[in-house]
Design a protein. Structure first.
Ligand SMILES: [Ca+2]
Length: 251
């Protein structure tokens, strides 16, 4: 039952993503002609001018939220894209594990915080996704940022009421992704792939009582890009008895 519902949701998301891409192509084509041709086709390049807000992302309206009914973590702070070529393990693991700015792997960014990467100022944005997954194509497109040949950093904080043993991080991503929990690298997905829930599942870990930080780096070769994540308990059931509140880990 849950699985079929999820598959239906997944199919709808694919459809919505495809429709979003069509809209993007139409919009980019229109502005391209107006500007003398060719720029920003397919959302792959940065296009000028204001755009509508991301279709599936909203600013968090409450200090804390919970996983959805299937356990998916929908609140994340996302960094604007960094150029990156290659989604194979040999190419992307090196990119994902490099430090691009001070304390990248040890602090929880705040909404609106800025960092400088290779001379370019990038901003962190806190969002709740209206879907079980987080659509990075929507995120970048709404900001007139590139969507192809880039990677994004994503961070969230889950607060556990008690220590949780033998849980696992379960993720999916389009395309490649690398994942950390409390600073430990746990798993990676590589190559050009679809975002399928529980595509990658970590070893069993212990989440401590209080805040636990989940980090991800997600790379898109081209076209749609998104990711999803949830915590599975020792019986492989989604964990829902936790809250997400960005920033608590820094207290
Ligand atoms: Ca893709």
């Amino acid at each position: 039952m849950r699985k079929s519902k999820l598959l239906t949701t997944f199919a709808l998301c694919l459809l919505a993503t495809a429709l979003g891409a069509s809209v993007a192509l139409a919009a980019a084509g229109g502005s391209g002609r107006g500007n003398g041709g060719g720029r920003g086709r397919g959302g792959g390049g940065a296009a000028a001018g204001p755009r509508a807000a991301a279709l599936t992302l909203t600013a968090p309206a409450t200090p804390a939220t919970r996983p959805d009914d299937e356990g998916f973590l929908r609140r994340w702070v996302l960094l604007e894209p960094i150029p990156a070529q290659g989604v194979s393990e040999s190419a992307f693991h090196k990119v994902a594990t490099k430090e691009y700015f001070p304390k990248e792997f040890s602090t929880v960014p705040r909404d609106g915080e800025k960092v400088t990467v290779d001379g370019t100022e990038l901003t962190w944005h806190a969002y709740d996704s209206t879907r079980y997954n987080v659509n990075l194509y929507h995120f970048s497109y709404a900001l007139s940022k590139p969507t192809n040949g880039v990677f994004w950093l994503a961070v969230t904080v889950i607060n556990c009421p008690e220590e949780m043993k033998n849980v696992r991080l379960a993720v999916g991503s389009n395309d490649a992704s690398v994942w950390w929990v409390n600073g430990e690298e746990l798993l990676g997905l590589y190559d050009n792939r679809m975002d399928t829930f529980d595509d990658g599942v970590s070893k069993r870990i212990t989440l401590k009582k209080g805040p636990n930080v989940i980090r991800a780096a997600i790379c898109n070769e081209m076209g749609p890009s998104d990711f999803c994540a949830r915590i599975l308990d020792e019986n492989d059931k989604p964990v829902r008895g936790i809250t997400l509140s960005l920033g608590d880990a820094t207290k």
